[in-house]
Ligand binder design. Sequence first.
Ligand SMILES: [Mg+2]
Length: 389
Amino acid sequence: MNKINSVSVSHVNRSIWGHLAEREKTLPLVTPLDIYPQFQETRGSWFWESGMAVVEIETVDGIIGHGWCEDGCDATARIIDNHLSRLLVGQDAAEIEGLWDRLFRASLPYGRKGSALHAISAIDIALWDIAGKSVGKPVYELFGGPVRETIPVYASALHPVGHEKVAAEAKAYVADGYQAMKMRFPFGPGDGIDGMRENERHVANVRDAVGDDIEIMADAYMGWDFAYAKKMVRLLEPYRLAWLEEAFLPDDLNSYAKLRQETNIPISGGEHEYTHFGFQQIIEKGAMDILQPDLRRCGGFTVARKIAALAAAAGLNVIPHAYGPVHLHFAQGHTNVPMIEHFPVPCWDELPDVDREPIFHGEPQPSGGYVTMSREPGLGVTVNDKIFT
Ligand SMILES: [Mg+2]
């Protein structure tokens, strides 16, 4: 038995999504607050400050595991410090399934979704890091992987910054080897028929730039409603989208299910959903074709493996939200996780100063649209000390 000796958590003024979170504060895209004129201009008008929590768990044998999650409001770190850590210290670090269940049950009165699950996710990720390091194997091998030699990534950016810039950006991703790419819609129900036409032109422009052999997708970031989406899919069907992402609020599963009946465009979502219970509801409703959990939100590897199993039995693929070591290990260990998201810096932009110091040392980076994993034990990365200062 390898007892947990200590649990500590640090709040860091950085986003786990890297440069995208900072840049998206001023980039055009439709958001769930777009229907309110005072929040229409930019996401930065309502978004929280970038922040993440880094959890460090040390065992009596001296093995240290790290996990992390978003923590823009500094709530996650407090949940761990003020409650969850005392359910972990003195327990066997290898008992990951049981510890997850205890944390979930203990946090039910204030938990189930949101910050409490972010906290449990970070702890779970750290425990899997320890499990891998304990046996000298990468985490994906503990899941039965690798299931493929390399992991395909898709380029996720293409904000509506003007047709010429977007076309050049899309062509640059093809030149870099990406086989798939995702754009953001500029407009929603508050912007009328002109907005709908501009949404269509944005998609048409990307399709035209990349040709027929590249997959293109589009993200509405929860900014539409059913009546609007029903009209939009008619306009979008000729462009052969590989999926239409997060058309509605995460809880509005009836609209997702109805939209699936309206169109042949695959419907995706799930980056704001939590636990296997939440994803089971998506599946039962027939609401989505592709599930997109974020393991740093939904409950960590322990939950994501259950989601992958539910999805496999329902004939669905899982394509996690955002990039990072956690999602790379998940993809490398599960057959129905064919691809993950990557946020390249567009050819017309540059990395913000705040993001020049990497969050991790040893994080695999894509080359030619693919990532090759190492066989380093655990998650195979170390958190960069400099981000704590
Ligand atoms: Mg998304």
